[in-house]
Design a protein around this ligand. Structure first.
Ligand SMILES: *Cc1c(COP(=O)(O)O)cnc(C)c1O
Length: 424
């Protein structure tokens, strides 16, 4: 079958378009050559990548399995039905919609399903760990809806639950949203459910970041508590770059209509097939062990950085990511990111709660362990990596030719040689 399969053909690309073929190769070299600590990234399997480069990309399939607006959907219907059934089983959900093109598209559909322009949503503020699509003024969500934001408590640096309850009672939002991009701790879903019930709101969880840990049964699931859960499939989950939504049976029709035709046109059937494969991978004992290791690694990495004066906010992490305050070592987030980059370590600057710096400078960094754990690294390697980050951040330089950049890069090379990405 594999010899005759006409899908991804690197030789054909190389022959016709060496410039783009070169980018594919040099990007793989970049991935293999350094440490990837961006908390929202992962490395999906060759099995997942195969569907993405297949002829399923050609197919128009507006509608849902068995109810399409185009002919010729018999085969893609099988892929989408598998993806739906596997998502429902994996998350023990009443219903799944696997068509959203991304996390932001999934979120757009949730707004479309439950809110009209001018309605109020209560969500976490972006500077405290939320997301652009959670009602910021730059996004459709803040332009078309009335967003009220809660933040974190000044002392614990974790979600200010008292503020959530107070704002919910004051503003009576249509929807209450939990989740974000820089929340290192578990979220109390029971609490949000109770508050939502008290004010008659829909309870929505944006699980984009941590859904992989839920799939791997490493942390509690929001699915039993929330009306609707949106997520990305490419972060800890390790699938293709895309999105999905699971919800209670009563919201099935509203969600399906909001994804198509309200927000999207034709679904990306190659990506949906890849999501189906990813959901199958996530149901294996190997993936469950992976999810637990991601957290164990994140804890050690956060602790090691803390010992070097790079303090983890909230004192640590329960998830795959930690957020670190650099003020004690007198380095900005932007400088730390550049110094690490010069040393072969990819991570991102991040605002910390109550950050005195502008967002494009920031006082913090965010680190995550999904990629390095996929590469097979464990707690010992996290101690090493914590030490390397601290050296690059505190003593290093944005110049790759600086002695510290070179020293750290040599140790990074040693690590990624022992734990290769996409091993040959
Ligand atoms: C990543 C993320 C998104 C957006 O996902 P995209 O696929 O980049 O559109 C939405 N919400 C949260 C909380 C995220 O972390």
């Amino acid at each position: 079958m594999s010899e005759t399969f006409y899908g991804s053909d690197f030789g054909a690309l190389e022959a016709f378009d060496p410039e783009i073929a070169g980018v594919l190769v040099s990007e793989l070299d970049r991935l293999r050559g350094g440490l990837q600590l961006i908390a929202s990234e992962n490395m999906s399997s060759p099995a997942v990548l195969t569907s993405l480069g297949s002829t399923l990309s050609n197919k128009y399939a507006e509608g849902y399995p068995g109810r399409r607006y185009y002919g010729g959907c018999s085969e893609v219907d099988k892929a989408e039905s598998l993806a739906i059934e596997r998502a429902k089983a994996l998350f023990e959900a009443d219903h799944a919609n696997v068509q959203p093109h991304s996390g932001a598209s999934a979120n757009q559909a949730v707004y479309g399903a439950f809110m009209s322009p001018g309605d109020t949503i209560l969500a976490m503020s972006l500077p405290h760990g939320g997301h652009l699509t959670h009602g910021t003024k730059m996004s459709f969500s803040g332009k078309w809806f009335n967003a009220v934001h809660y933040g974190v408590d000044k002392d614990t640096e974790d979600i200010d639950y008292d503020e959530v309850e107070r704002l919910a009672k004051e503003h009576r939002p249509k929807v209450i949203l939990a989740g974000g991009s820089a929340i290192p701790r578990l979220i109390d879903f029971e609490f949000f459910r109770r508050v939502a019930d008290e004010v008659g709101a829909i309870f929505w969880v944006d699980a984009a970041h941590f859904i992989g840990l839920v799939a791997g049964k490493a942390i509690p699931s929001p699915v039993p508590h929330a009306d609707v859960v949106s997520f990305t499939t490419h972060k800890v989950l390790r699938g293709p770059r895309s999105g999905a939504i699971v919800c209670k049976e009563e919201h099935r029709a509203a969600i399906d209509k909001a994804v198509f035709p309200m927000m999207q046109g034709g679904p990306q059937m190659h990506t949906i097939a890849a999501k189906a494969t990813n959901f199958k991978e996530c149901a294996t004992p190997e993936y469950q062990a992976y999810a637990k290791q991601v957290i164990a690694n994140a804890r050690v990495l956060a602790e090691t950085l803390g010992e070097k004066g790079i303090r983890p906010t909230t004192g640590g992490t329960d998830t795959h990511l930690s957020l670190h305050d650099l003020q004690q070592v007198l380095v900005t987030g932007a400088d730390a990111e550049a110094r690490c980059d010069a040393a072969g370590i990819t991570l991102n600057k991040n605002a910390i709660p109550f950050d005195p710096q502008k967002p494009n400078i920031a006082s913090g960094i965010r680190v995550g362990t999904p990629c390095v754990t996929t590469q097979g690294m464990g707690e010992d390697e996290m101690r090493t990596i914590g030490g390397l980050i601290a050296r690059a951040v505190v003593d290093g330089d944005a110049d790759p030719e600086h002695a510290v950049s070179k020293e750290v890069r040599a140790e990074v090379t040693d690590l990624v040689t022992r734990f290769p990405a996409y091993a040959r």
